[in-house]
Design a protein around this ligand. Structure first.
Ligand code: PRP
Ligand code: MN
Ligand code: MG
Length: 178
């Protein structure tokens, strides 16, 4: 696994520090609000697990699974819900957790969909943002790191379902994905 890595962009320690900072901000801004954090499977799973342990106010956790890419490597913008929420979000403060925002099409669809369920508020928190790739307007409320348009893996992010368990975020050697 490690032999496929080109360069580590964010070490385990750098990620941990950023996650703590985000957790502190979220704890302050959502204090005395009924909050539901929603992880977008599967990529957000690891970030969510670490982030909620840095949030020191009561919250509920739920997950959604969507398929945006289908069999293609390019996002089509057509998103299917594979697993919907278990919880009702009406009148709750919803915070969507993502590992990475790329074209933005997944979150565009998700936020439109969740808006119709009458949450009290709806915000987005992503660990990584690749603004150069954006294909739609999307307002992101909490961003960990902005990154250039490079192929990355680790800390939940996969290539062909591998590398999610790397504790750091890194670029892959070209020969691995070409
Ligand atoms: C990845 C990533 C985001 C989405 C971002 O998920 O985890 O959810 O793509 O891309 P976009 O901004 O262009 O829509 P993916 O669909 O690969 O599923 P996964 O989380 O299960 O890996
Ligand atoms: Mn994802
Ligand atoms: Mg993926």
């Amino acid at each position: 696994m490690e032999k496929d890595i080109k360069e580590v962009l964010f070490t385990k320690e750098a990620i941990q520090e950023k996650v703590k900072e985000l957790g502190r901000k979220i704890s302050e801004e959502y204090v005395s609000k009924e909050v539901i954090v929603i992880g977008v499977l599967k990529g957000a799973n690891i970030f969510l697990g670490d982030l909620v342990r840095e949030i020191n106010i009561p919250l509920s956790i739920d997950f959604m699974a969507v398929s945006s890419y289908g069999f293609s490597t390019e996002s089509s913008g057509v998103v299917r819900i594979l697993k919907d929420l278990d919880l009702e979000i009406e009148n709750k403060h919803v915070l969507i957790i993502e590992d990475i925002v790329d074209t933005g099409l997944t979150l565009k669809y998700l936020t439109e969909n969740l808006k119709s369920r009458k949450a009290a508020s709806l915000k987005i928190c992503t660990l990584l943002d690749k603004p150069l790739r954006r294909k739609c307007d999307l307002n992101i409320d909490y961003v960990g790191f902005e990154i250039p348009d490079e192929f990355i893996v680790g800390y939940g992010i996969d290539f062909a379902e591998k590398y999610r368990n790397l504790p750091f975020i890194a670029t892959l050697k070209k020969e691995v994905y070409e």
